[in-house]
Unconditional design. Structure first.
Length: 101
């Protein structure tokens, strides 16, 4: 999933939906649905879509960094020279996780 493209598309959709729903006639039409009118408001689309993107990002981090890559189980991972290219020894020491953690 191209997260940048999806985020831009969501923000563009919410922007144009906000412009469309700014008219009183549209708001009156929405309020014909009673308490369900809030489901058609622009901020509902924004909160639901950004919440989805946040959960999807967290899911990707857990899946690929911890489950598939076993990121925290390799204690000597920082010792590999190709872990992060062009990393100095001082920066490498700053990345080291203490064993008591």
């Amino acid at each position: 999933m191209n997260a940048v493209l999806v985020t831009f598309a969501i923000l563009a959709f919410v922007f144009f939906w906000r412009l469309f729903t700014n008219f009183n006639c549209v708001q009156r039409l929405f309020h014909c649905f009673g308490p369900l009118a809030v489901l058609f408001q622009w901020y509902t689309f924004l909160f639901i879509s950004l919440g989805y993107l946040l959960v999807r990002t967290f899911y990707d981090i857990v899946l690929f960094e911890y489950i598939k890559y076993d990121f925290l189980s390799h204690s000597n991972l920082i010792e590999e020279k190709d872990f992060i290219p062009d990393l100095s020894e001082e920066e490498r020491e700053a990345l080291r996780i203490s064993p008591w953690l």
